[in-house]
Design a protein around this ligand. Structure first.
Ligand code: GDP
Length: 365
């Protein structure tokens, strides 16, 4: 599955949030939850539509789709120069698909702040600076060879575009701008991907607040929201401590607790959904009495590619997909009724799968 790295200064609540995310097992009671590594957790993606399909189809088994979260501890000022766990942390974060940047927006005198006081904007700058410096280091290392190759007589088009990408990236990083903001040509993008730049990954901020500021926000969250808006990033406000408490509750008490708090869903669900959106992901379903299952695809995936998520043979032998949308199922009450309304279609290789489609693949083996 796609994975999301959780970063932030020490004591901002990363582990609290990570543990809450990975311990909320009851959300998918019969899904074999697994922890790959103490810092890596596979988390089922909550999906109200899936619950509705399940309540109508009553399958023998239910399999949600998942996302992986990685708790990346150890980033401190100087990490890019090898301070703390510097290099180790950087190599972990290079392998993630997206970044959640946790920012402390709670006071709590009991919890030491590494920089002496709560100041989310300066915390954000410390982390972002380390990430920029790490990327700059990567780019500089490549620059020497790249320039030489691009300027030689026998330079290929690929070598020339590599050098042009490197120059654009270097200029942006030097000016304190993340690689994701750099406008690159398609061939240059390939090079950027090849460099595994951290600041090229999509990122969202998580403002960790006390319970009292959860619905109203506070001056700190306002500052983070303003900064995020300038960067075109999203902010999710959650109370890590409360999420940890909610995750410990049995499923039936959880709903009651949320209702008492006036909340529709746990903050973690909002967080997982925001990460899913950040990655540009869609969910489609396969549905039958044996199993109802959710699958993740990238937005824009065509039917054969969606089949390939299940098995590469399905993609290779793809013939067609019978398809209807889950909203039509909810509207008309059964698959039979959807059929009678003429809403069950047969789609071919060029069909772009929609979020919430229910698909049945026909394929040659
Ligand atoms: P990390 O170093 O970023 O992983 O931070 P931790 O998750 O270990 O949290 C540091 C401390 O802050 C712990 O004592 C947590 O209990 C506390 N903490 C985490 N989230 C919250 C919160 O939302 N409110 C308050 N008051 N404390 C929190």
């Amino acid at each position: 599955p796609l994975n999301v790295g959780i970063v932030g200064l020490p004591n901002v609540g990363k582990s609290t949030i990570f543990n809450a995310l990975t311990s909320a097992k009851a959300q998918a009671a019969n899904y074999p939850f697994c922890t790959i590594d103490p810092n890596v957790g596979v988390v089922p993606v909550p999906d109200a539509r899936m619950n509705k399909i399940v309540s109508m189809v009553k399958p023998n088994s239910i399999v949600p789709t998942t996302m992986e979260f990685v708790d990346i501890a150890g980033i401190v000022e100087g990490a890019s120069k090898g301070e703390g766990l510097g290099n180790q942390f950087l190599s972990h974060i290079r392998q993630t698909d997206a970044i959640l940047h946790v920012v402390r927006c709670f006071a709590d005198p009991e919890v030491i702040h590494v920089a002496g006081g709560v100041n989310p904007l300066s915390d954000i700058d410390v982390i972002n600076t380390e990430l920029l410096l790490a990327d700059l280091d990567t780019v500089e290392k490549r620059a020497v060879k790249s320039e030489k190759a691009a300027k030689s007589q026998s330079a290929t088009a690929a070598q020339k575009s590599e050098w042009s990408a490197i120059q654009k990236l270097r200029e942006a990083l030097n000016a304190g701008k993340p690689a994701r903001t750099v406008d690159l040509e398609d061939d240059e993008k390939l090079i950027a991907r090849d460099l595994f730049l951290i600041t090229a990954k999509p990122m969202l901020y998580v403002a960790n607040v006390d319970e009292s500021a959860l619905s109203t926000g506070n001056d700190w969250t306002a500052a983070v929201e303003k900064r995020a808006a300038e960067e075109n990033s999203e902010v999710v406000r959650i109370c890590g401590q409360m999420e940890a408490d909610i995750a410990e509750l049995p499923a039936d008490e959880r709903a009651e607790f949320l209702a008492e708090m006036g909340l529709e869903e746990p903050g973690l669900d909002r967080l997982i959904h925001a990460a899913y959106r950040l990655l540009g992901l869609y969910t489609y379903f396969t549905s039958g009495v044996q199993e109802v299952r959710a699958w993740t695809i990238k937005k824009g995936t065509k039917a054969p590619g969606a089949a390939g998520v299940i098995h590469s043979d399905f993609e290779r032998g793809f013939i067609k997909a019978d398809c209807y949308h889950c909203e039509d199922l909810f509207k008309y009450g059964s698959e039979q009724a959807v059929k009678e309304k003429g809403l069950l279609r047969s789609e071919g290789k060029e069909y772009v799968v929609k979020d919430g489609d229910i698909l049945f693949f026909k394929f040659n083996v």
